[in-house]
Design a protein around this ligand. Structure first.
Ligand code: F6P
Length: 328
């Protein structure tokens, strides 16, 4: 290792995700392994501005691999969007003799790191941590698998009551502007229809599909709706529209909300987080910067941070085709 980095700062930023603690644990233990110091920075970029730092040893991260959330807390800092705020953050890092940063978060987090590196030439490596899975350069983001499993278990429960009452349920899931959560959880939960931003099927297509379900003898249905869906009606308006146009349906709505962000991370997310955390430390110690670590075809790779932010993670067309066939 061309090792000029002696002390690594670590933040979690943006929406929290299950597995972030596993990534924190991996970064701290990799630093210990390579005999460099690690400093936890609380509350993301805002804590960086305020100097809210704590040295982390391998023992500080015992028994957290199984915990949801992030022990470093997270925040969305408005002050860091100002040059003055970033200058304060830089001064805090220099005072603490921190000479490299690892940023666990999504595209907003990485944008902040790119600007910070450009203004202060400060080494930054990103780790994709968000349940949305909407980051270019990795097949999976930390937290996505756990969120899918949480949602599928909840929809299974909703299906129990839907079938008992012969009802149609609209279930809204997170994902911001992406449909990865809705598509994969919808297929996994056996939803009759899945509405995602990437493919606006329109209201007529939805009504036709629901009529076909009824004709085929389905007494209850689940429609999974991505929160970023572009059909032009929110999930409650959708329910009203369908009840008005298909009076044979009794309709209910469940908005899953922030429970999708919680829970003990799945084994997949724990292993993904551990692999990415180690790689992020090794890249910094190799003198690299402005990269994001990711897993592509089960290989740990690094992509340019600017590409991770600008690139678009495409929805799986094959899975879209499967979901269409499954809704027959
Ligand atoms: O980016 C993760 C996410 O959970 C999105 O899916 C969701 O739209 C957003 O965060 C909610 O943000 P907040 O936690 O600030 O309400």
């Amino acid at each position: 290792m061309g090792n000029k980095i002696k002390k690594i700062g670590l933040i979690t930023s943006g929406g929290d995700a299950p597995g972030m603690n596993a990534a924190i644990r991996a970064v701290v233990r990799a630093c210990t392994y390579y005999k460099v110091e690690c400093v936890g920075i609380y509350r993301g970029y805002q804590g960086m501005i305020e100097g809210d730092f704590e040295p982390l040893s391998a023992r500080h991260v015992s028994n957290i691999i199984n915990r949801g959330g992030t022990i470093l807390k997270t925040d969305r800092s408005k002050e860091f969007r100002t040059k003055e705020g970033r200058q304060k953050a830089y001064n805090q890092l220099k005072n603490a003799e921190i000479d490299g940063l690892i940023l666990i978060g999504g595209d907003g987090t990485f944008n902040g790191g790119l600007v910070f590196n450009k203004e202060f030439n400060f080494p930054c490596i990103g780790i994709p941590g968000t349940i949305d899975n909407d980051i270019f350069g990795t097949n999976y983001t930390i937290g996505y698998d756990t969120a899918l499993n949480t949602i599928v278990q909840v929809i299974d429960k909703i299906r129990d009551t839907a079938s008992s009452h012969n009802r149609l349920f609209f279930v809204e899931v997170m994902g911001r502007d992406a449909g990865f959560i809705a598509l994969n959880a919808g297929v996994g939960a056996g939803a009759e229809e899945i509405l995602i931003p990437e493919e606006n099927l329109g209201l007529d297509r939805l009504l036709e599909s629901l009529k076909r379900s009824k004709r085929s003898g389905k007494s209850s249905s689940i429609v999974v709706v991505a929160e970023g869906d572009k059909i032009g009606k929110n999930v409650f308006e959708l329910a009203d529209y369908v009840e008005q146009n298909l009076p044979q349906y009794e309709v209910r709505v469940s908005v899953l909300g922030h429970m999708q962000r919680g829970g003990s991370p799945s084994c997949f997310d724990r292993v993904l987080a551990s692999r990415l955390g180690v790689k992020a430390v090794e890249l910094l110690l190799d003198g690299k910067t402005n990269l994001m670590v990711g897993m592509v075809n089960n290989e740990i790779e690094a992509v340019e941070l600017k590409d991770a932010v600008k690139g678009r993670h495409e929805i799986d067309k094959e899975l879209l085709r499967v979901s269409d066939i499954m809704s027959i």
